[in-house]
Design a protein around this ligand. Structure first.
Ligand SMILES: [Zn+2]
Length: 273
């Protein structure tokens, strides 16, 4: 089986640069390097990865990280947490210039986070809209982070996504309701599932994971965050996609090979790789 980690932040592993919370978590893992992480992933059949940027510098780092590595690609994004600081420092324009760099296959992660509200909502909305236009202008798919904010997200999405120029993308780390799952599927979006599924206790949520159409499902880790059960307490790495894939195969009643093949080919189709 070959698995695809469509969302990890390994570019800052062993680095003094990159988005702060991610980098600090990698530092706790000791002297781990990107090469070690990639080797461990390959051992478990996780042969393809997308390194996802969360701010201007972190996106540059993601591009650098994938430059000479086979089957790895970069996504450039301003995370909703980083919206205000990016605006305050005038970094949207230099960020936008990254869209045409080699191996950049998506815009994100971007979106709205009304759970933490680390940036004011107005700033989050402005920066999300900027990235939607950037994705359309460069014909790139998008990686969305939406938390407790779907009532504001869908109107923005529908404003930018039209029949002739639809926005393609994935709702990364999806944990929301059946209703929002159906809204996403009806708009042709993919659903990114990570280690959270292994510790989601609410029956309704388990049911939601079971009902994601296979044609819309992609796998991810969000490494170094969200380590799946039974490895809670250790740092999450792309190789953990294998654990999540096995768990999903159990609860959905699909063969692992079938799930792996479908999710990998979905990701290849979405990101054009
Ligand atoms: Zn992430």
């Amino acid at each position: 089986v070959e698995l695809f980690d469509t969302h990890c932040h390994i570019q800052s592993a062993g680095s003094s640069a990159g988005e702060r919370s991610t980098r600090e978590l990698w530092a706790k893992a000791g002297d781990t390097s990107v090469d070690d992480i990639v080797a461990r992933a390959h051992d478990k059949g996780v042969t393809r990865m997308i390194c996802v940027g969360c701010d201007f510098k972190d996106s540059e780092l993601a591009i650098e990280c994938v430059k000479n590595r086979e089957n790895m690609w970069a996504s450039i994004g301003i995370h909703p947490h980083e919206a205000k600081i990016t605006l305050d420092n005038g970094l949207l324009e230099p960020f936008a210039a990254l869209a045409t760099r080699p191996k950049v296959v998506a815009v994100g992660e971007t979106g709205l986070d009304y759970f933490y509200n680390h940036s004011p909502r107005e700033a989050q909305l402005e920066v999300l809209k900027f990235q939607m236009q950037l994705a359309l202008d460069n014909d790139l798919p998008m990686i969305f982070h939406v938390r407790e904010a779907f009532s504001d997200f869908w109107p923005v999405f529908d404003e930018f996504s039209t029949k002739t120029r639809p926005i393609r993308g994935v709702l990364h780390s999806f944990t929301d309701t059946q209703v929002n799952l159906e809204k996403a599927v009806s708009r042709g979006l993919y659903i990114g599932v990570n280690g959270i599924v292994t510790f989601a206790k609410v029956p309704k949520q388990q049911e939601m994971y079971r009902s994601i159409p296979l044609k819309n499902l992609v796998l991810e880790t969000d490494a170094p965050f969200l380590t799946p059960v039974p490895y809670r307490g250790s740092i999450c790495e792309p190789y953990h996609v294998e654990t999540t894939a096995n768990f999903l195969s159990d609860i959905r009643g699909e063969q692992l090979e079938e799930l792996a093949q479908a999710t990998t080919s979905n990701a290849q189709q979405l990101f054009g790789v």
